[in-house]
Ligand binder design. Structure first.
Ligand SMILES: *Cc1c(COP(=O)(O)O)cnc(C)c1O
Length: 455
């Protein structure tokens, strides 16, 4: 059987999903609603309207519609780089001498280099349809900002990006790609916003954080006429858009009658993993099939494995709604030597609820082991993986090695979310032996936990 499976399983353009899948519709315990940070009451569509686009608010609050049709204009854009290939990792299997069968869904095949474009085009499309002038956002490592810049350029929308200062300085190439697509890029915290000025006054040397850049982007959207704020992960709507990853993966596997035992994905805010597991989790929720679903996070930013499941702010400046999620506290700032991405303090409320209810598990891995896995993968499979994606590679390799010991022929699917061309400073640190595996102590985490709201 295995000989009949090609190295790359491509779907045709006609097989591109026609609808996004809304995982929430099949969850018995729905994710908890976003709360107004002032009143602690669930946010209404009206309250969200000054910040988010109308249609995206509908999607954010919709816990019941299973399938939401993908507008034709978005499908046309998807056709430029989708369906993405599902690759059988024959070379990695050979290298590991494992009886496991390994597949990965490769989302790095577009200029932005990651899965983020799947949601960027959807969010930009709805902003355009509402007649807005532009959108504001934050970006950490730069992938989301790049994806959004591409989507905005395609649709003729203005794009203002607040980029975490450390990345702005370390990743000048990402910044210039965004500017090539017409976005304006500001290092965060900046002196442009009230919240930026406040954070700088309290902590003048700060190199910034995602939570802080979010606060600035939200403030900018609320104060500019014709602008709304968009976010590249965590939110329910983003998981919805990313469901194209899972729908395609399932369709490709079904073509060859392959049933995975295990599905692995890296988790920063949870969007790629939430998208990848969609149709598999659906079967699991409906009791039709069982899969071992694994989220992989960095040991230096361990939201699932060492965080608490509680309402928390989504941003440092506490201007955003409260979300119930696994979180380290909105004041969390990762160690400066952390180079592997996935540094957000919280986690998707959908995945948080599924994890809490025992439908998936999580593991945390130290960054040097992640880069070792990345390098092995690059050498045998040819693709230069993003550090974020390499968290999933690391655990896929660990699981394949376990199969080698036990002789189990498990089928493992993992998400290869993107490429690492812009992450060479991180690879350089690894090659020069300057990367360490700092893991926060209980005391560190207790300090950040104090930034959780009392309620
Ligand atoms: C942003 C990003 C991630 C993490 O984000 P999720 O929302 O958790 O998917 C992972 N891989 C790449 C390449 C990214 O750009």
């Amino acid at each position: 059987m295995s000989n009949t499976i090609p190295y790359k399983i491509y779907l045709s353009e006609n097989e591109l999903p026609k609808a996004w899948y809304n995982l929430r519709a099949d969850m018995k315990n729905k994710p908890a609603p976003l709360l107004n940070p002032g009143t602690l009451q669930p946010l209404t569509a009206d309250e969200l309207a000054p910040i988010f686009c109308e249609e995206l608010i509908k999607q954010e609050l919709d816990d019941t519609t299973r399938f939401i049709p993908i507008p034709q204009e978005i499908r046309d854009f998807y056709k430029m780089y989708r369906p993405s290939p599902l690759i059988r990792a024959y070379c990695l299997e050979e290298k590991l001498q494992t009886p496991a069968k390994i597949y990965y869904k490769f989302e790095g095949n577009n200029t932005s280099g990651s899965h983020k474009l799947n949601s960027a085009i959807a969010q930009a499309y709805y902003a355009k349809k509402q007649g807005l002038k532009g959108v504001t956002t934050e970006t950490g490592a730069g992938q989301w900002g790049t994806a959004l810049s591409m989507a905005c350029a395609y649709l003729g929308l203005d794009c203002k990006v607040y980029m975490v200062k450390v990345s702005y300085e370390q990743k000048p190439f990402r910044r210039e790609v965004m500017r090539t697509y017409g976005a304006s890029v500001t290092p965060s915290p900046s002196m442009e916003t009230n919240v930026g000025r406040k954070i700088l006054a309290e902590n003048p040397g700060t190199t910034g954080s995602l939570g802080c850049a979010i606060s600035e982007a939200v403030e900018a959207a609320a104060s500019l006429e014709g602008y709304r704020y968009v976010l590249g992960s965590v939110l329910n709507q983003v998981l919805l858009h990313q469901s194209v990853i899972g729908e395609e993966t399932k369709a490709a596997l079904d073509k060859y009658g392959v049933k995975p035992d295990m599905i692995i994905g890296c988790a920063g805010g949870g969007s790629n993993l939430g998208g990848l597991i969609g149709p598999f989790m659906r079967e699991k929720l409906l009791g039709e099939a069982d899969y071992d679903i694994v989220a992989v996070e960095p040991a230096s930013c361990p939201s699932f494995t060492r965080g608490v499941f509680a309402y928390d702010f989504c941003d440092t400046g506490k201007v955003c709604p409260l979300a119930k999620m696994y979180t380290l506290g909105s004041g969390f700032i990762p160690a400066p030597n952390h180079a592997g991405g996935l540094r957000y303090h919280g986690m998707s409320p959908v995945l948080s609820q599924l994890y809490h209810d025992g439908y998936m598990r999580a593991v945390a891995v130290p960054q040097t082991e992640v880069f070792e896995a990345a390098e092995m993968f690059a050498r045998v499979e040819g693709i230069l993986p993003a550090p974020e994606s390499s968290h999933a590679i690391k655990v896929a390799i660990d699981e394949a090695m376990r199969c080698k010991e036990t002789g189990e022929e498990k089928t493992i699917v993992f998400g290869l979310t993107g490429t690492g061309y812009f992450d060479m400073v991180a690879y350089e640190k690894f090659h020069d032996g300057k990367m360490d595996d700092y893991i926060p102590t209980e005391e560190d985490l207790a300090k950040f936990r104090k930034t959780l709201p009392e309620m």
